[in-house]
Structures are given as structure tokens and as C-alpha cells.
Design a binder for this molecule. Sequence first.
Ligand SMILES: [Zn+2]
Length: 308
Amino acid sequence: MNVIFVGRKSGRVKQFDLRHPVIMSAAALMVLGILGTAFSIGVGLGARHGHGNPLDQLGNWSTELLRQKAQLEDTKRVLQEKVNALAMRVGQMNANVIRLDALGKRLTRMANLDDGEFDFGHPPSIGGAENGADGQPAQIPSLTAMVDDLQSQLSSREQQLGVLENMILSRELNKQVYPEGRPVQEGWISSYFGRRADPFTGYSAMHKGLDFAGQEGSKISAVAAGIVTFAGERAGYGEMVEINHGNGLATRYCHNEKLLVKQGQLIRKGQDVALMGSTGHSTGPHLHFEVLKNGAQVDPLRFVGEDR
Ligand SMILES: [Zn+2]
């Protein structure tokens, strides 16, 4: 393409070829410059336009709000699941308290202990099972209160069961060391405690024990747990075993054929300690059984549990 200029004064004609490379480059640069300016102005305007419109801003905010609400719902749901799990645990703890109560009650009854000292019968003041039963989801503050309450209940039960255990153990121990029952399985009572005619002299004399007549070599057993304080021959008594049971009580098993225990030995209730014989001051195979209270012989009959 050619552009022709005509000089006003000179009348000369000037012709430019627009296809000339220099002209083309200049034109291209100019176009680029115009486009660039227009673009930057447009961007600036567009940006100012977006911030400036309140409707667009509201749209952005509500989108953000919805997103945060969804997030909050998620968090609430996760939290509620945890609270529900906690409520279940509290319910289980409560069931354990109830079981402990039942155990305490049963032990108290079995041991014939005074229930007055224990309050196992009192139901827990709160009910974990009730919460949620009416369809209400568990709440954190009430759960915290329940946990505190259960904790104090459990420690109270623990203390009471400890006391109960000690009472039962010491009673069991007392029962073990208390002389009770017959020292022989077979044999009959041939002589009671008290004044009688001496079988050797015929004179009236004090008989300080209970005699059981029986077969030679039959077993003689301890009537209570204790420790052997003497095992050997003693004048008149023959081969004798003496057992100390504590609480000032002791028992003696005399005229034995054979001793089965040694001095210092620990003896359990019912353990065989000797075989029946007729050693010492004796007219025939029998056991002379004595019960001593604070070192003095007492009537063994009430310990044996038989009537005259
Ligand atoms: Zn005797």
C-alpha cells in the first residue's frame, strides 16, 4: 500500500510505501503500545469494579459463611460422637458401682456382719443409664458431674470393701485359732473335767482334762491352729504335745503312743499331731485332753461342743 503526500508549498509529491519494514515495525509497536495501555486500564477498572460492588461482596461472604457452617457442623458431630462414647463409659462405671454394691451386700450378709457400718445397699445417687434413655444426647457438664460423683462413690466402696475384707480375714483367723471340736474322730468320753476318784489311789482328786478312750494308734488332731510349744515326755502325762493358740489359749494332748510333730512347728486346725497310746499315768489307751486359759486348766467340754 502507498500513501501519497502532496506538499502545500512546493506542490511536490511524497510517496511512502507502508509495506516498508521500518514503517511496519513502527506501526506494530504503536499497536502493541495502545493494546498494553488499554489492557492495564481495563484491569485497573475491573479490579476497582469487583471490590466496589456490595452485591458481589455479599455473595463471597455467604459462600464463606456456608463453608464455615459446614465445618462447624462437622466439628460438632465429631464432638458429640466423643461425648456419646464418654457417656457410654460413664454408664459402664455406674454398672460397676452397682456390682460392687451387690458384692459388698452379699459379703456383709455371708459374714453376718452388722450392715450398719456399710452403705452398700444405697443406690448410686445418679443414673448413667437414665441419661440418653429419654433420647436426649449426653451433655458435657452433666457428664463431668457424673464422673466426679462416680469417683467419690468408687473410693467410698473401695474403703468399705477393705474394712470388710479385714473383718472377714481376722474373723477367719480367729476361727482358725479358736479351740473347737473333738481332738479324736473315734472314741468316747471316758472321764470328765472335775473332782473324781483317782483310778490308781481311789482318793478324791482333781481331773484337769477330758479323757477320750479309743483304739491304740488312732489319730489325734489339733483342735485349733497354733504353734507347738512342747513335744516330748513329761512326768504323769507321758508323751505329750502342747500347742499355743494365742489369745491366752493352749491345748495339751497326753499319753500318746507316738508324736507326729516337733516343738516350734506351726500347726493348722485339724492337723494330726499324735497317735493314741497309754504312756505316763494311764490305765489304758486314751487321750487326756486339756485346754488351758492363761496357764490354768479349764473344762474342755464347751470347746469340744458336747454336753455331759
Ligand atoms: Zn485324764
